[in-house]
Design a protein around this ligand. Structure first.
Ligand code: IPD
Length: 281
């Protein structure tokens, strides 16, 4: 299929930003101060789930108004196909545990893709990651660069691995976490330090912004990756998977090209993408 016009890409970036900022305002203003200290965590979790749903509902309503022929794939509401060929991939709150505890690293992520809305199969045309608690907004348009609050971003050449600040994240299931901890135990002595900030979309944007040198994570969902992956790529960074595959649920590795290649080789050696198996220890 032909390359989309620059005008379409610019329009999609503007829509992504408008919608992500509106949902961010709802999420940020609607967070009860007490949510993280509620006596029973289960009721606090319900508040977060309700806000996840409300945020995605707002995004779906705004997109239906602004781009009625487009499809939507959202974390909460699943895939509703459209007729235009464009699909919006939406995370209504990335970093829900941070949101629950009142930590600022949470974001709304909105991306426009063409092709099947799945990592590796899609072409991402536009994306916005908006973190309402810090007020930061990352945007990217295919062929049009990446920006933080309007300032153009360029991924700097990474330092040697032993001076790299490495971001990562963990899944929520115990067996997966046990395997992830084993990989991390091997990586930790080889890098400057590790950060687990708790929001994959923000982590990826931090790579584009020079606040992390490298990032890797297994088990990301399409909506964690769509917008922020384009931010990294348009900033001149690399976003890839292991064993020659595209970035996807098995693994996402992001950073400057040379250091990504080194980390990919290490993660392959450590079988960081091996199927989870019950521990024998
Ligand atoms: C999660 C966060 C977390 C990452 C998990 C994601 P959610 O997204 O991005 O940092 O480690 O893999 O699932 O559940 O808060 O939208």
């Amino acid at each position: 299929s032909a390359e989309p016009s620059a005008q379409l890409v610019a329009e999609l970036v503007a829509v992504a930003r408008q919608v992500a900022v509106a949902a961010g305002r709802l999420v940020h203003d609607g967070r009860p101060e007490t949510v993280g200290v509620a006596a029973t965590k289960s009721s606090a979790v319900d508040v977060v789930t309700a806000m996840d749903l409300a945020s995605e509902e707002l995004v779906r309503a705004e997109l239906a108004r602004l781009r009625p022929a487009d499809g939507i794939l959202g974390e909460e509401g699943g895939h509703v196909p459209g007729t235009s060929g464009v699909t919006w991939v939406v995370d209504p709150i990335d970093g829900t545990v941070n949101y629950l505890y009142g930590l600022p690293a949470y974001a709304v992520s909105v991306a426009a893709v063409v092709g099947e809305p799945a990592p590796g199969a899609w072409t991402v045309l536009a994306g916005c990651v908006h973190a309402p608690a810090t007020g930061e907004t990352w945007t990217a348009g295919r062929g049009q660069g990446a920006h933080l609050d309007g300032r153009p971003l360029t991924v700097a050449p990474a330092p040697p691995l032993d001076r790299c600040l490495l971001g990562t994240g963990f899944g929520y299931v115990a067996e997966r976490r046990r395997a992830q901890a084993r990989v991390l135990a091997d990586l930790l002595p080889r890098v400057r330090d590790v950060r687990r900030a708790g929001a994959a979309a923000i982590d990826l944007c931090q790579v584009a912004t020079g606040r992390l040198d490298l990032y890797y994570e297994r088990g990301l969902q399409p909506w964690d990756l769509a917008a922020a992956g384009l931010v990294v790529a348009e900033a001149g960074g690399v976003v890839t998977g292991l064993r020659g595959r595209a970035a996807g649920p098995d693994m996402v590795v992001a950073g400057a090209a040379e250091r990504v290649a080194e980390l990919v080789a290490l993660l392959e050696e450590l079988h960081a993408d091996a199927p989870d198996s019950p521990s024998r220890e």
